[in-house]
Design a protein around this ligand. Sequence first.
Ligand SMILES: [Zn+2]
Length: 307
Amino acid sequence: MRRFIIALVAVVAILTAAKAFAAIKVITTTEDLAALVTEIGGNKVTVESLAKGYQDPHFVEAKPSFIIKLHSADLLVVVGRELEIAWLPPLITQSRNAAIQPGSGGYLDASQTARILDIPTGLITRAMGDVHPSGNPHYWLDPNNGRLMAKAIQNKLSNMSRADAAYFAQRYDDFDKRLAEAEKRWTAAMAPYKGLKVVTYHRSWPNFADAFGLDVIGYVEPKPGIPPSPAHTLDLQQEMKAKNVKILLVEPYFDLKTPNAIGRDTGAKVLVMPPSVGGVKEATNYIQLFDYDINLLVSTIKQTGTK
Ligand SMILES: [Zn+2]
């Protein structure tokens, strides 16, 4: 009996120790969020994204495996601003995980502390087809928002694991420093093209354009989430020719038929540019995403000879 009790005490001690050292299990909706969680969480977290970076984050195919992942998660991080509203809410409900329900301690909406653009002033509902009724959800494409999101993640992880707060703070400082270095590089690369007029397929780039001085003069979609129409395309082509727009940015998950037709008509170069980590194999973390996009953009601008 005595031996049994000793064994039992040992087992309990081992289990308690294991729990103390267990990594926080984080699920994110997008790879951008997962990359930022990795920056801050290091080896104190495990992280997995539900959507892949090459998928349209508005319309992700919900898989049963997502429910299983959510069921055992300690923390769910979402982009918010209704980006995931078409696919995520039923999965959260079906996960039967009280910890990650909206408003619970294991739920983080990363948009809450970020700078959000395109916040509608009038009445806009999804019934009108606009998938951005709560402001623009593509806010992670401004590096300073990446910094604010990393800070929100640091605060959340520190609340969940107070013993690791200093570790998360040190990793935030390191990320902040590397990001600031990278921002100098990106700003310098984009400086010669300040005010350059571009058109984009979806309204994914307002924060990016704002951060790097681009002027987005129109969109292939008549409204966010609404497919191109012949009348709108004709108007857009006229405007692009009038304003000498030579760059058309397209997110990797849209059909290239209309963009290519617009490119032929206007002489603009169609540039497929990933808005997310994981959108191309080179963009494996948050800083690399901007490195990749800015290199691609600058080399394409040079090819068009606009400047
Ligand atoms: Zn969108």
